[in-house]
Design a protein around this ligand. Structure first.
Ligand code: ATP
Ligand code: MG
Length: 357
């Protein structure tokens, strides 16, 4: 059976950047003879407009049957006033949990051509290549009980529960160690084991899993220190593995080391490495329809999809190399433009990557 991808262009800049992602996909499919096919479905605001819900059954069914899902971005001001339970973002959370995408991979790679766009000094970030592995379907974002209750004295109290079972920790730890084996063989597990029991268990289980990967060097770091080390000396890290809350915060912090959010892809994987791939940024309604959005995060998401779901490392490398080439040529969308480089639009950038391939 052919390997199938469901494409969700979504809202805002989504259709513009996905058009370029698709051109790149078509090019590598042909050049590397990958035998991939793809089709389009609706998610987010466009699905609300067409069917009244952000995640129509047809989209969910197609995504379940597919080998991978490629998503641009969802949401926008048009849908911000509708009832909370059917907003575009709910469709996104629902598809992630329905597909059981528990492993969120967010690489933070600095392209040397963009060193001056980083928030840090060039010598601190030059050559940066780290991978944050965030647990995505557990922890305090999903733990029960949760809510806001009224105490006897009439005061209200908000509460959430941070829970991780051994099996949840074990499976995300395996993902991190396996990825480290393909990289520089270092895993840093981030916790707050000195204060939180749930992360004490996290530390214990990651240590246990680490024994199955004797080649990988495992370290543990408290989250406050990790946040500091990421801006002090980020290159000490290879793979960082952590829970949902800490991963959310640290991955955004790491993203800023690389310059623009318009450059960063992500992958969310299930146990079988079926995945959903999407840029880290949102639907950017402020620039939608102008043809100026950076398509590279989406294009690099295509590369991650080829590497992690389809095991086509060579094709993935080719895309990443092509992106490096267009940056070498001095082409920049507005978000990464600096003095002396050539400003191009979404389409010109996408087509330059295709040409470089
Ligand atoms: P979400 O809640 O969906 O993550 P957000 O509110 O975090 O969305 P984004 O949509 O990511 O916001 O946009 C944040 C800023 O980054 C905006 O100014 C937007 O124009 C810019 N931006 C986002 N993506 C791109 C891109 N691909 N190219 C250029 N600029 C972008
Ligand atoms: Mg955001």
């Amino acid at each position: 059976m052919s390997k199938h991808i469901v494409i969700l262009s979504g809202d805002g800049i989504g259709p513009e950047i996905m058009a370029e992602g698709e051109k790149v996909l078509a090019k590598v499919n042909e050049r590397f003879n990958l035998g991939l096919s793809w089709s389009h479905e609706l998610l987010g605001g466009c699905a609300i407009d067409a069917h009244g819900v952000p995640l129509p059954d047809q989209t969910l069914e197609a995504a379940r049957k597919a080998d991978a899902v490629l998503l641009a971005a969802v949401g926008g001001p048009k849908w911000d006033t509708i009832e909370r339970s059917i907003r575009p973002e709910r469709g996104l959370l629902k598809i992630r949990s329905e597909l059981n995408l528990f492993a969120n991979l967010r690489p933070a790679i600095l392209y040397p051509q963009l060193a001056s766009a980083s928030s840090l000094k060039p010598e601190i970030v030059a050559g940066l290549d780290i991978l944050i592995v965030r647990e995505l379907t557990g922890g305090i974002y999903f733990g029960q009980p949760r809510g806001v209750r009224t105490l006897e004295n009439g005061e209200r109290q908000g509460y959430n529960t941070d829970v991780y079972s051994e099996s949840e920790i074990r499976r995300i730890a395996h993902v991190a160690f396996q990825l480290a084996m393909q990289r520089n063989k270092k895993v840093c597990s981030v916790d707050k084991a000195n204060v939180l029991e749930v992360t004490e268990l996290w530390k214990e289980i990651t240590t246990e899993v680490g024994k199955e990967y004797p080649e990988v060097q495992l370290s543990h770091m408290y989250v406050d220190n990790a946040a500091m080390q990421l801006v002090r000396n980020p290159k000490q890290f290879d793979v960082i593995v952590t829970g949902n809350l800490f991963g959310d915060i640290l991955s955004d912090e790491a993203a800023m080391l690389t310059g623009s959010i318009g450059m960063l892809p992500s992958a969310s994987l299930d146990q079988q490495k079926k995945g959903m791939y999407e840029p880290c940024h949102g639907s950017a309604p402020d620039i939608a329809g102008k043809g100026i959005a950076n398509p590279l995060a989406t294009i690099l998401s295509v590369a991650m999809m080829l590497r992690y779901t389809f095991n086509e490392g060579e094709a993935a490398n080719a895309i990443e190399t092509a992106v490096g080439k267009v940056l070498d040529q001095g082409l920049r969308t507005a978000d990464i433009w600096t003095e002396g480089t050539k400003k191009v639009g979404t389409q010109e950038m996408g087509e330059a990557v295709v040409a470089a391939l």
